[in-house]
Ligand binder design. Structure first.
Ligand code: HEC
Ligand code: HEC
Length: 384
């Protein structure tokens, strides 16, 4: 295919993306190409890592809470070469307009691909509105973002690249920019059979990489297999508190993934809109959605501080103290936070008044959900 045709196809795809987003086209700076002196090449293993063989265990496939999402599209078709391409794309600053920001600049592997700051900063220097969430077990995330505004990972991954505050790249220029870098044509060829670079293929590579980050090998999972024989007494106390009827933690953070596809109001504010972010309420305009946010997975929560959509809590102890003593009455506060746990929303919040031992235990228990098989796995690390 000639270069001219390729540009034409890229333009067409770009147009579809913008039309789909239904928004005005943002002005982007001209993408900068690196000079040979500044260009860093990816360092990849001779034999690709075995992404295709990474699978969820049987128990996950049979988990009733997860089975609910069985209807969610196809399992991503992951090949070793496709996910390798995705790994390079994910960690490559060349995907940003000025070659300074990659997905990995905000999504850090050691933090289960979350950021350690409450509001990440990208290319524009303007802090983003919300806390950067961890990225793992995305197979089960039918809708993405704290306000669930995007359905399906394939519809999400190009957005940060084009976002003026994140990576600021003109998507119409992206395929040509990658084509001009020495390492991409071969990576695309290995993944797709020929070296053509398109937004669809960039999307596919990123999705394959992200879908392969599966977190199911924590101390908690070991405990499930051996009757929690290696848990300390404090971790056992915390586990009991977490699953206990009065706290109802597991009624929202449920199943093996400790999450829900539903969004809830967990009583951080009386009026979220008034303090700047109503979550789903920003989209629906309905008071019943004021402060309704995604119920994020608690897996790896020990390494994803700070917490909540705005990163307001610096550590897990602050989160536990909040649920114990400080849930705020909100007109549509979820009923699980009332004394009885049932009835209409908006009831007076419970006051658990957990003991010191219970608080420490709950924090210790949450730490057992951390999984080094993703946080130090070279298959997910930056190749640059
Ligand atoms: C400048 C920081 C920044 C960069 C760069 C960035 N992200 Fe994010 N990412 C965020 C923030 C903040 C959110 C949450 C936004 C929201 O919910 O409104 C997010 C959310 C996500 C989510 C949704 C997760 C979920 O569970 O809902 C995915 C997936 C994701 N990012 C993937 C990527 C990919 C892929 C790239 C690179 C192409 C990338 N991000 C680049 C900050 C960043
Ligand atoms: C009614 C549903 C519900 C219940 C019950 C619930 N949570 Fe949550 N939890 C949420 C939602 C929704 C969020 C995100 C809220 C936000 O960011 O505005 C959240 C956030 C969190 C976070 C922060 C995660 C992160 O990555 O930022 C932790 C930790 C947490 N909950 C622990 C608990 C514990 C421990 C309990 C029991 C004491 C509990 N939750 C009970 C719905 C619930």
């Amino acid at each position: 295919m000639t270069r001219g045709t390729k540009v034409f196809i890229t333009l067409l795809l770009g147009a579809t993306v913008y039309a789909g987003a239904g928004c005005n086209k943002v002005q982007h700076p001209e993408p900068e190409l690196p000079t040979p002196e500044t260009l860093v090449l990816p360092n990849l293993p001779e034999t690709p890592y075995g992404y295709a063989e990474m699978q969820f265990p049987e128990a996950w496939l049979n988990d009733p809470a997860l089975a609910l999402f069985g209807g969610f599209g196809e399992t991503a078709n992951i090949t070793d070469a496709g996910a390798t391409l995705g790994r390079v794309l994910f960690h490559d600053v060349q995907l940003s307009a000025d070659n300074t920001v990659s997905c990995g600049s905000c999504h850090h592997q050691e933090h289960a691909f979350a950021d350690a700051t409450s509001r990440s900063v990208g290319i524009s220097g303007t802090p983003l509105l919300r806390n950067t969430p961890g990225l793992f077990n995305l197979r089960y995330q039918r809708r993405l973002f704290w306000d669930l505004r995007v359905a399906g990972l394939a519809n999400q991954v190009l957005q940060p690249i084009g976002h003026p505050d994140e990576m600021g790249m003109d998507l119409e220029e992206l395929a040509d920019k990658l084509d001009a870098l020495p390492y991409y044509p071969a990576l695309f060829e290995a993944a797709f059979g020929d070296a053509h670079i398109s937004l669809d293929r960039i999307t596919d590579g990123l999705v394959q990489f992200l879908m392969s980050i599966r977190s199911h090998q924590s101390r908690y999972d070991e405990g499930l297999a051996n009757g929690f024989a290696s848990f300390t007494s404090s971790e056992l106390t915390g586990k009991e508190v977490f699953f206990r009827g009065d706290t109802r933690c597991n009624q929202c953070h449920s199943g093996l993934n400790f999450f829900s596809t539903q969004a809830f109001i967990n009583g951080l504010e009386m009026d979220y809109g008034a303090v700047g972010d109503a979550g789903i309420g920003e989209l629906s305009g309905s008071p019943t959605d004021d402060g309704r946010f995604k119920t994020v997975s608690l897996r790896n929560v020990g390494v994803t501080a700070p917490y909540m959509h705005d990163g307001r809590f610096a550590d897990l102890r602050a989160v536990v103290d909040f649920y114990s003593d400080n849930i705020v009455q909100h007109p549509y506060l979820d009923e699980r936070f009332s004394d009885n746990g049932i009835g209409p929303p908006g009831q007076e919040p419970y006051r658990l008044e957990l003991t010191e031992t219970e608080r420490v235990g709950l924090v210790d228990f949450l730490h057992t959900l951390s999984d080094t098989s993703i946080t130090v796995n070279p298959a997910f690390s930056s190749p640059f």
